[in-house]
Design a protein around this ligand. Structure first.
Ligand code: ZN
Ligand code: ZN
Length: 391
């Protein structure tokens, strides 16, 4: 239990989602155990009694999330409705409770895995493990970040953000990291043994999370060696890949693909179409935000462009394609592989980036970073050119 508490406290702090000392974590064993004493303990005990959950995380999010979430919550009608893929996959919407009150909190948690209480923080629950509560908490932060910056750009372009919105935007921008970089070389391929492949995957997965190119439980990564695709398992944590990599023979002769990442078909086809052995998929925020900033007004599929869209678009020279998670007809496995040929990467609408490299993860990593850094600069460019042209 202590280990679980330590592990997830550390993850919350390292991911920049909470300040040291803030997160309250509770797990139900024979009785409820807490990582620390909290004055609102009674409220949380009642939550456990009223719901079918075994774990809970409550914390004030760290900046910029605190200001972002407060702003969105206070300007909502009681529900925040983000529009990116993580949110569509994991929640429908994010309920807000303007009071720190047992009944108000419980009624919302009966329908959703989280509740936002302005000025207090986020409560996230898990049915079977504290890991679930952590994923939910981190997805709330991600989705609100993407929504806040998307809404601001929209307001700049189509109406005028009010004074408060501009103030909060300028404030949170100070907390948003400047362009990211890394200056050491990753393991160099082509690799000659399974052990080298596993080490390369583990190293690259960890760096993706460290550089915040993906929340730890999203994204996936693969390497093709010896007619076998080595790929991260679905739901695995990219910064803890040891023991969580599936080996899927290219000829489909084994069913190992069942626990493999839901993007297995896309990885397989990228390899088949490009011959590139190393493939990365992450959810860097500004690429996701810009992928949804579409100026096409007469799209025949408007409103559903994340599923399928006939328009050819690009952001910073990188193709933007539609496509859903998984292998359905509208799956991104049918759009990404074709679009990535001869390109540094592909952005999936409202979702994230795929990049690939011939022999190791150095090239796809550099490309992923460059695309996100370019998108960050382009975002600011779009905001400030519009702002000045309006003045
Ligand atoms: Zn993804
Ligand atoms: Zn469209």
């Amino acid at each position: 239990m202590e280990n679980q508490f330590l592990k997830y406290e550390k993850k919350l702090i390292k991911s920049g989602l909470a300040e040291d000392g803030d997160p309250l974590l509770g797990i139900l064993d024979a009785k409820i155990k807490w990582n620390k004493k909290d004055k609102a303990g009674k409220v949380f005990e009642s939550i456990f009694e009223s719901l079918n959950i075994n774990s809970l995380i409550f914390s004030k999010p760290k900046e910029p999330y605190f200001s972002i979430i407060n702003y969105l919550a206070k300007n909502s009608d009681g529900i925040i409705r983000p529009c990116d893929c993580e949110t569509r996959t994991f929640f429908h919407d994010l309920p807000v409770s303007d009071k720190f009150n047992t009944d108000a909190i419980i009624s919302r948690l009966k329908k959703r895995k989280c509740v936002i209480i302005p000025d207090y923080g986020i409560i996230a629950t898990g049915m079977v493990s504290i890991e679930q509560a952590f994923i939910t908490y981190s997805s709330v932060c991600f989705s609100c970040f993407v929504k806040f910056f998307s809404d601001y750009l929209y307001a700049i372009k189509y109406n005028k953000p009010d004074k408060r919105f501009i103030q909060i935007f300028e404030k949170v921008l100070n907390f948003v990291s400047p362009p990211l970089s890394f200056n050491h070389c990753l393991l160099q391929g082509p690799f000659n043994s399974s052990t080298d492949v596993l080490n390369a995957l583990t190293e690259a997965g960890k760096l993706m999370v460290d550089l915040k190119l993906v929340d730890s439980f999203f994204g996936n990564i693969s390497y093709c060696y010896n007619d076998t695709l080595f790929i991260s398992q679905t739901g695995s944590s990219l910064d803890e890949l040891e023991g969580c990599i599936d080996l899927c023979p290219l000829d489909g002769s084994s069913c190992a693909g069942i626990t493999a990442s839901s993007e297995f078909p896309a990885h397989l086809d990228i390899f088949k179409k490009t011959g590139h052995k190393a493939i990365l998929h992450g959810h860097p925020k500004f690429s996701v935000i810009l992928s949804m900033d579409c100026e096409v007004t007469n799209c025949s599929n408007k409103g559903l462009c994340h599923i399928t869209c006939p328009c050819k678009r690009n952001v910073c020279g990188i193709p933007v394609v539609s496509g859903e998670v998984g292998s359905g007809t509208c799956g991104l496995c049918n759009t990404v592989p074709e679009a990535i040929i001869d390109k540094p990467g592909v952005i999936v609408y409202g979702h994230g980036i795929f990049t690939s490299g011939i022999k190791d993860f150095n090239e796809p990593f550099m490309n992923l970073l460059k695309i996100e850094n370019d998108c960050y600069k382009e975002y600011l460019n779009r905001v400030y050119t519009k702002l000045h042209s309006k003045r």
